[in-house]
Design a protein around this ligand. Structure first.
Ligand code: NAG
Ligand code: NAG
Length: 261
């Protein structure tokens, strides 16, 4: 009898094990179908978190749950953020895009996140230059460290519009610049005594424009004067020519009259 009992026990255990295995497999399959590959949701400190770190992604996944509060897309191979890349995420607070290959961000990429996002990590990417309206209206603290920035007026204008994450400004280093001596230096240090969009250049540009306009006006007025003068001369000459034969004629007429008389 104990042998039969043991067999029964073993088969029940086997059955339970098999069932739980099947359940596990089913749930795995379901989550694989519902979420992008390599992504999984979790709950951290009461915030809905969606992690796609190290998932070999080459673009921002489309079907991210719309109640996500924290989104981790770091350590992937995303090269570009298109317009509306994060629309339909009305509760997103944190977005981590660090350690990707992002070289381009289309304007409007962060559209739809402007009011609620409070942290955006774009560090360790391949950003060289961004349009100054990339982060317009965004209230988030942004980390732009560790990118191959080109230090110029465009970057200066961008930095003016962005709220940098605390302590991250030193990580914005010039990989290239119009002036060789800036390479390898922190951008905020460089702009402390260099104005890339300086007023002096603008005034010289305006002076150049005014001078060119002056020259142009002179050329035009000379041309007008020249044409008028020529017309005047031609008219006078014509009148002169007209007057010649008529005078002759008149004198001839008078002479004939006189002979007749
Ligand atoms: C998410 O999408 C569902 C279905 O479209 C909608 O009912 C729900 O209100 C959305 N949630 C949020 C937070 O927008
Ligand atoms: C910004 O990014 C750099 C590089 O990834 C990291 O070392 C630093 O801790 C980040 N700073 C903040 C404030 O997130």
């Amino acid at each position: 009898m104990p042998a039969a009992e043991r067999v029964l026990l073993r088969s029940v255990t086997m059955w339970l094990l098999l069932q739980s295995l099947l359940l596990l497999l089913a749930s795995c399959l379901r989550s694989a179908a519902a979420f992008p590959k390599g992504c999984y949701p979790s709950e951290e400190e009461g915030l809905k978190t969606f992690r796609c770190s190290n998932a070999q992604l080459t673009e921002v996944p489309r079907d991210i749950p719309n109640d996500t509060n924290k989104l981790y897309l770091d350590s992937n191979r995303i090269p570009f953020l298109p317009r509306d890349a994060f629309r339909d995420l009305p509760l997103l607070l944190e977005l981590d895009l660090s350690h990707n290959a992002i070289a381009g961000v289309e304007s409007g990429a962060f559209q739809g996140l402007t009011d609620h996002l409070h942290s955006l990590d774009l560090s360790s990417n391949r950003l060289v230059s961004l349009s100054k309206d990339t982060f317009s209206n965004l209230k988030a603290k942004v980390n732009l460290s560790d990118n191959p920035w080109m230090c110029d007026c465009r970057l200066q204008e961008l930095i003016r519009t962005v709220d940098l994450a605390a302590g991250s400004s030193g990580g914005i280093v010039c990989e290239s610049s119009a002036q060789e001596e800036h390479v390898g230096k922190a951008f905020l240090q460089v702009i402390a005594d260099t104005d890339f969009c300086n007023v002096y250049k603008k005034t010289t540009d305006i002076a150049m424009l005014v001078t060119m306009f002056g020259w142009f006006a002179m050329v035009i007025s000379y041309l007008v004067y020249y044409v008028r003068q020529n017309q005047e001369d031609a008219r006078r000459h014509l009148e002169y020519l007209k007057s010649l034969p008529s005078k002759q004629r008149r004198s001839e007429e008078s002479s004939t009259i006189s002979t007749v008389v």
